[in-house]
Design a protein around this ligand. Structure first.
Ligand code: KIV
Ligand code: NA
Length: 277
């Protein structure tokens, strides 16, 4: 198969061929997604909550993101690999944003970066794009600033907020993002935003009218049970299966059933003779 490019993703808009994006934090997950033909693999800063046990994505560092991006890179051959820029790695100033984004491409093998925010980051996004860095946007419920939004809530429910989201989408498209994540906004508003910009929208809790969909893989597979948003559909229920396997191993170790001969290097003859040889 051929390596997917940002241009391929842009060209998918309006073809009816929906863009599939999922998260991965390690090589084995990246490989599974890549083999299934997922178009975009996102190393999300959700790894802070899903893997590292943080309360939010706020504490996630550049080093943590790069570490996991490098791992995922080893499993991904065809999919576009996008690295999520962590909180305050792109908001301080343009130079720092470009330098940090560059690390995702140069040190971790990512094809693009994703940043959260609206009009306040458009100038920075434009500077990053001018520097040659493909950037994906992310508006609506932006987890890095969920505190300021009043929690993990649906955005764009009133006219003012809906108009602001539309303006943000247009601003970011103009700034040069190649795709835009819409998180937790009403379906028809997502449809209106999708119709108003020339680049693809990728929804999460944003209805079926987006050009693509993204979910946290651990959520759809039932592996992260701490908090499951209502828009997540469970396509597998792995946590009980994982627990079942662990419990069976524990029981067989305790009772001496494991390892049996089949799972041992069975030696012929006596150990005393071996030691004498
Ligand atoms: O961090 C993440 O996983 C994300 C996606 C859910 C869009 O930003
Ligand atoms: Na994220």
């Amino acid at each position: 198969g051929k390596k997917r490019t940002v241009r391929d993703i842009i060209d998918q808009k309006g073809t009816g061929d929906k863009i599939v994006m999922l998260t991965a934090y390690d090589a084995s997950f990246g490989r599974l997604l890549d083999r299934s033909g997922v178009e975009i693999v996102l190393v999300g800063d959700s790894l802070g909550m899903v893997l590292l046990g943080y309360e939010s994505t706020v504490p996630v560092t550049m080093e943590e993101m790069l570490h996991h991006c490098r791992a995922v890179k080893h499993g991904v051959e065809r999919a576009l690999l996008v690295g999520d820029m962590p909180f305050l790695s792109y908001q301080v100033d343009k130079r720092e944003a470009i330098a940090n984004a560059g690390r995702f491409l140069k040190e971790a093998g990512c094809d693009a970066v994703k940043v959260e925010g609206g009009l306040e980051i458009c100038e920075t996004v434009a500077a990053m794009v001018r520097a040659g860095i493909p950037v994906m946007g992310h508006i609506g419920l932006t987890p890095q600033t969920a505190g300021a939004l009043g929690g993990y809530k649906v955005q764009g429910k009133d006219g003012e907020s809906a108009r602001r989201l539309l303006a943000e989408a247009k601003g970011l498209a103009e700034a040069g993002v190649f795709a835009l994540v819409l998180e937790c906004i009403p379906d028809k508003l997502a449809g209106a935003i999708t119709a108003s910009i020339a680049i693809p929208t990728i929804g999460i809790g944003a209805g079926v009218q987006c050009d693509g969909q993204v979910l946290v893989s651990h959520d759809l597979l039932g592996m992260f049970e701490k908090f499951v948003p209502s828009f997540v559909k469970r396509y597998a229920d792995l946590a009980p299966q994982i627990a079942g396997g662990i419990n069976a191993f524990r029981d067989e170790v305790k009772s001496g059933v494991y390892p049996d001969a089949e799972h041992s290097f069975v030696m012929q003859g006596e150990v005393a003779d071996l030691l004498k040889q």
